[in-house]
Structures are given as C-alpha cells and as structure tokens.
Design a protein around this ligand. Structure first.
Ligand code: SAH
Ligand code: SF4
Ligand code: F3S
Length: 473
C-alpha cells in the first residue's frame, strides 16, 4: 500500500503488486507477466494491454520465470508509488541476468513522467510506454527484440481504446471496471495526473454500452464506470451533433441494460456532480447509492491553493444535497494532510469537515510533492514530514471511529448482497457486497457467485459485516 491507511475495497490494491491471470485458458506461444500499480484506471489499462498482446500471440502468466516479456504498469501519484516500482525493478535484475532475452517494459504514469530518462536511470528497462501509446506495443516489442531501446510516450487528445475489448485479468466473473474517459483537465495543484494522462476525453457511448452489455451477457453483475472525473463525461454523437450524452444520461443507459446489473462509478469531483446525476441515482435501484467525493482539505484557503475550485461551505452544501436527494447514500472521500502552508487551524478545518461528512470510507494521505506540478513550481513544501504524518494520524483516528460506527449501525439490518465468491477464511462461507460496497460474509448454503441474496447482519468487524442469508433476492 501507499500512504493510504484505512482498510479499503478494491482500491486497496493501490500500490500493491498484482500479477493476474486471464479468465481464459487458451494456450499461447509466448507469455507476458504484468504487475499493476496505482488506481483502478491503471488496472483497467492492463486489461487493454493484455488484449493488444493477445493479438500478438502473448498469453498472461503469473510465473515470472516462464515470461519472455515483463511489464510494470506504474503510478506516479506519490513519491512512494515510484519508490515501490524502482525496488521491484531491482528485483527483476536477477531474473534478467539468468535470462538475458527477457524484455522489461515500464508502462503507465511513471513511464509518461520520466520518459527516456527512465532508460538511463534503470538500465535493465528495454521499453518505456506511456498510457496513450499501448496500440504501438507490438511495434515497440519488435524494436526491443532487436536489442534497441524502445520508447513511446506520446499523449493523445483522442485515444480512448474504445474499440478494444479488455481481456479481464484475475476476474471474479461478477464485477468489472469499464473506463468511460481518460485524462484530466482539472489541474489540482498537487496532482501529477494531468501531466501523466493528458487531456480529458470521453469514450464513445456506444462502445461503453456494448462492453457493459457484453459483460452482462457473460454473467457479470456489476460494472464500475471509471474516470478521474466521471461527472464531466460528455459525448457528442459524431453523426448528429444535437445528440449529447452527459454522465447522468450515460448512467441511466447503463442502468437500463438490466435491473440485475449493478452500476457503480468513480470518481466524482465535488464541483461537477450534478442534481441530474443524483436524481438518476434515485430513480434506479440498481445504481449503487455510493459516492466517492474527495474533499482533499477542509480549509477554504488550502482548497484554493490546491486549485480545487470549491470552498468548504460549497462542499458541505454538496454533502447536504446528496443526503437530501439520496438519504441512504454512502459517502467516501480522499484527504491530503500537510499541503503547502497548512496551519494547525487549517488542519482542524479538515478534521471538522471529516466529522461533517461521516464517511463510510476514506483514503488518507500526507502530501507528497510531485515534480512539475503547479504546487511544486509555485509553493514551498514547508510542512515538516513529522507534522504531515501526525496530522494524517489524527485524521485516520477520527475516520476509524466513523467507519466503525457506520459498520455497527448495519448490525441488525438486512441487505441485498451480490455474491462475489467464496470467503478467503472459510470454504463454507461466501462473500459479497452491499449496495454501500461493504463486504458481507455469510454461510454458503446452496448459493452461488453472481446471485443476489438477502443477508441479515448479526455482527461486524472494522471492515466486514457478518450475517446469515434469509433467501434469494
Ligand atoms: N481524480 C481523483 C483523484 C485521483 S488521485 C479526484 O479528483 O479525486 C487519488 C487521490 O490521491 C487524490 O484524491 C488525492 O487525495 C491523492 N493525491 C493526489 N496527489 C497527491 C499528492 N501529490 N500527495 C498526496 N496525495 C495525493
Ligand atoms: Fe488529479 Fe484533480 Fe484531476 Fe483528480 S481532478 S486527477 S486530483 S487533477
Ligand atoms: Fe497513479 Fe496514474 Fe492512476 S499517477 S493514480 S496510475 S492515473
């Protein structure tokens, strides 16, 4: 994990190695090994890469020793994310010594940030490929096979990989991610993403609906629509410019695929989530009542320096509006402590805004200056590391209490749960998630993954609900 501290759902994979195998059992002549770091978009990109490589006869493997191509899909969001990748590359050195033919490629945000410099710094790297250049991977592999170093870090204003059907890696066959846009135009001053992912662009609505429908037909029962700022999704029909699809429209169309298909989305920028989106969520039972609404800070002055474009009060009103339209909506957030010039008073503002939000889940980080960002150029990273960490610990402590009480409040209630598989701890138990994305464990009986069941919650731990099913939903 990175600086992220709480127990989290899928995003807990942030920064953790992830060496997946594909859902298919087709045999391939060549094998590639891929590890993904960072956000869900990066994990989804690895599935696009797997699809591109499949066309070239490469199949995925979990065994490094049998791979002829090793790829790291990297993250630059915080310094620690990059350090983790560097360490991993050091470990690969030994394998490359044993097998000099092995090709090592760095993909993703770190590739984009460091470009050809990465080849000088990490001698064993053969290929550096940015997030918009994956279609050129076959040519780059060919180039690298001749002993040359291959680099493509060109960013694009159009690329969405809309026509590429991702090869699902390490899939549970029930839940999957669908990218609906790429890049980000939001220039939050602390953030490297606009530099590593380029300009924001939305993916063709038809390709999104086709992908989600196809997944439903193959037995998937939940899709999470992904983007750095999903609420600014905007698609203009190329044949008829009067036909526009907003995020609210898209959400509705995905929800209409089937009432049995759960729909989630991430991430919402507080400045962009509209009433239309909230009303659409209210209208469809299968759109999960869960919003990830990153606050970053509770101090208006710091928010301004962060270029978040909202104030503390504006954020509070957004939370109020969500609770008004969706009284039973779970909320999660992201927080950064110790941003440039943050005082004790600013920190207390963050603490009180955390308390106001009563978040079910929070991802909390201390500020890590990223080269090239607006903050790095304009402000001094002047809060000492121990202060950043102490403030982070306080925010985490506050949140721990909130999330535990959110779990405890569920005891005694009955929830509709989508079954995702067998519990890690017991063969006789299944696990699934509630609409609020909380993990529930319950006795197996004759239920199977992909089914919806009602589960009465009898107990909880800090991260899991425990219960018994009262029947199929
Ligand atoms: N697009 C999403 C966030 C993507 S990055 C959004 O706008 O909310 C995920 C989280 O990492 C951010 O919300 C922020 O809390 C954190 N983060 C980003 N840059 C950071 C930095 N330089 N230091 C510490 N945390 C950072
Ligand atoms: Fe980064 Fe801000 Fe864009 Fe999120 S919205 S990816 S924090 S610039
Ligand atoms: Fe990391 Fe890039 Fe995602 S910096 S968080 S992998 S967009």
């Amino acid at each position: 994990m990175l600086e992220q501290v709480t127990k989290v759902h899928d995003e807990s994979r942030q920064g953790e190695a992830y060496a997946p195998v594909a859902e298919e059992t087709q045999t391939y002549t060549k094998k590639f090994y891929i590890e993904s770091y960072g956000c869900q978009m990066n994990f989804n990109d690895s599935e696009i890469v797997a699809s591109i490589l499949k066309e070239e006869g490469f199949g995925p493997t979990r065994n490094l020793e049998e791979a002829s191509l090793v790829l790291l899909n990297t993250c630059s969001i915080r310094e620690k994310a990059e350090t983790t990748v560097r360490k991993r590359l050091t470990e690969f050195r030994k394998i490359k010594q044993r097998n000099p033919e092995l090709l090592v490629g760095v993909l993703g945000c770190m590739a984009e940030r460091l470009k050809a410099k990465l080849l000088e710094e990490e001698k064993l790297v053969d290929m550096v490929v940015g997030p918009d250049a994956y279609r050129t991977l076959p040519a780059l592999i060919e180039e690298a096979e001749t002993g040359q170093k291959a680099v493509n870090v060109q960013l694009s204003r159009e690329e969405t990989y809309g026509d590429i059907a991702p090869v699902r890696l390490d899939s549970n066959g029930v839940t999957a991610f669908v990218s609906i846009m790429r890049g980000c135009n939001n220039m939050c001053s602390f953030c490297v993403v606009p530099f590593t992912r380029g300009r924001e662009r939305s993916r063709d609505v038809v390709s999104i609906l086709n992908e989600a429908t196809d997944m439903f037909n193959r037995g998937y029962r939940e899709v999470t629509l992904l983007g750095q700022n999903v609420d600014s999704y905007y698609w203009v029909n190329p044949e008829d410019a009067s036909v526009i699809t907003t995020f609210a429209n898209l959400l509705e169309q995905v929800a209409l695929i089937s009432p049995l298909l759960r729909v989630r989305f991430s991430t919402s920028h507080p400045k962009d989530i509209t009433d239309d989106v909230l009303f659409t969520m209210a209208k469809y039972e299968n759109i999960c009542k869960y919003i990830h609404l990153p606050m970053q800070s509770g101090s208006t002055r710091i928010l301004q320096l962060m270029n978040r474009t909202y104030t503390r009060e504006w954020y509070m009103k957004k939370v109020d509006r969500i609770r008004e339209i969706l009284p039973d909506c779970a909320l999660s957030t992201d927080v950064i402590t110790g941003f440039c010039t943050e005082t004790e008073e600013d920190h207390q503002d963050t603490m009180s805004l955390m308390a106001y939000g009563r978040y079910d889940l929070a991802y909390m980080f201390f500020y890590s200056e990223r080269p090239g960002t607006l903050a790095a150029r304009r402000y001094q990273d002047d809060v000492p590391e121990e202060v950043k960490k102490r403030r982070l610990a306080e925010v985490v402590e506050l949140h721990r209490g909130q999330s535990l009480s959110s779990m405890q409040q569920d005891v005694g209630k009955t929830f509709k749960v989508l079954i995702e598989g067998t519990s890690k701890r017991s063969e006789d138990h299944l696990f699934g998630r509630t609409d609020h994305n909380k993990v529930v464990i319950f006795p197996k009986e004759d239920f199977r993954k992909g089914e919806y069941v009602w589960v009465k919650v009898e107990d909880c731990t800090a991260g899991t609900l425990l219960g018994t099913s009262t029947g199929r939903a």
